[in-house]
Design a protein. Sequence first.
Lengths: 340, 340
Amino acid sequence: MMHPQPAGSPSPELVFETLNAYQRSAALLAAIELDLFRAIGEGPGDVASLARRCGSSERGVRILCDYLTVIGLLAKEGGRYHHTPTSSIFLDPRSPASVASAARFLGHEANGKQFTRLADVVRDGHTNLPGQGSVEPDNPIWVEFAKGIGPMVGVAASPLAATALEGLRGPVRVLDIAAGHGLFGIEVAKQHAEATITALDWTAVLEVAHDNARAAGIEDRYQLLPGSAFEVDYGGPYDIVLLTNFLHHYDVATCVGLLRKVRAALKPGGRAATLEFVPNEDRISPPIAAAFSLVMLANTPGGDAYTFRELEAMYVEAGYHGITSRPVPKSPHTVVMGLA
Amino acid sequence: MMHPQPAGSPSPELVFETLNAYQRSAALLAAIELDLFRAIGEGPGDVASLARRCGSSERGVRILCDYLTVIGLLAKEGGRYHHTPTSSIFLDPRSPASVASAARFLGHEANGKQFTRLADVVRDGHTNLPGQGSVEPDNPIWVEFAKGIGPMVGVAASPLAATALEGLRGPVRVLDIAAGHGLFGIEVAKQHAEATITALDWTAVLEVAHDNARAAGIEDRYQLLPGSAFEVDYGGPYDIVLLTNFLHHYDVATCVGLLRKVRAALKPGGRAATLEFVPNEDRISPPIAAAFSLVMLANTPGGDAYTFRELEAMYVEAGYHGITSRPVPKSPHTVVMGLA
């Protein structure tokens, strides 16, 4: 967790640990790759057993497990390792709430690349990745996102769907822009039997959403619209358009233009619902939402984690009214919604 | 700081933040490279001024400063950034206690390289770097260490020197093995006017120690002994041999062999004083010392952060007696000393 230093307690350790913080990411990625958290869950948790289970050296496993214990992702007692509440629920692949697959995206080399020369990015003020960076058309990173990140953001699906559907009756047409894993649109379909979903994303990504729609048993109300959100004809008119984790990749003008295009595809009074990292106006809290700006600096030409005031201004400029903000409980996300 | 999660509070955020922890290191390295902490200290701390001072974009500086604020390395008030106690003392290059130069070593690509494929290292149980890894003869990383790390470990120099010199009178001959920046031996010379220091390290590294000895005004009592600690003739006999941050790079047998060689160069009753990361017997506390094992796993063939019991056993096997352990206040280090 991010713990700003209390004023008045200068700490060279904080500098040392920050310079070495990359080792935490590396240790967690290694443990996930070696399937260590499954082995921990299955016990008995001594070094020799774990090493055998993970096809690894005892020295390596012992040192990795000690490190993970230091950073709060394992526990150790009597020389044996076992789960913490966090690792048991969120890292053991046997847990239905496991988010370990998020490593496929968050730990992907392409996501971290710009951080190896972050000073250059700060100088230039935008990504140095080729083209549009992470949002370059058909960037394969989004297939990893779709396959890996679902469990991590899934906690927001139910509140988002409930907010988007609130008070609606009868047939509801939904466009899920940049659907990714598709879980947000799928959740709308699950909550409302008369909802039909059109999922828009690049072709390779839509295969993941399609699989998830099939698995959820709502395939008959699920249509695919392959292409770029900026280029394809949305069809419509829709009652709801979902824009989840999408606007933050773009600069304000691009967001406004997109919101206008969305509004044109909505019925009067229809809803454009974004799920976003929304920092407070101070831009330094809450920590995860505020820190997310750096990822957009590194990986996009002009994206950002926008405050509610900024998002509201975009919606207003694009012709919406009734703009609301609802933080999602137990999640770093906020649902911001405007009416066409 | 490392904050193990309290039992009973499962947190997907901890997983998310650990996967992204590498961004903290990158942000701090970028800020040091852009000389941001000097610009913050000189004020006024608004984005436009900082961007000008750092030759950077306003967008980049704003996002970087917000991020550094989130992780506790800057403060923000009324849209302006200023120092925290930690950044003021330990990161502003105008501060005599600045440790920012440690980034030269801790942030060096060569140090982090193995962490990009840490699972392989855990499988194999040792570094996959060529040769002896970080301790390969004449590895240029140690010049960066000598030039950069001094301020960070300097806090331990005075207690180490005091412990090593305790009760000694008259001429004292000191051998400083793997002297690096030389600051430990130099501090002995400063505390004891009749101490003469022989600094042993690879040639390129000794230049740094030599510069520091000159700057400290003790050059006339400072001799250079270039080469490998495992190969050169130590000369002697010495009253004190310093082995600072050295044993952890090697396996137990190598450490015992080296301690024997050191003992042969000590006067009877002479002192072999190590400065080490010494975890408790549980190997998971205190956090910095315990976490250090992972660096040795990644970068050496067989090194480790040894517990006091392990170090004591090495000393005993090498023929020492009266082995003591003294944690250094306000430092992650411990002085372990044995008598020949």
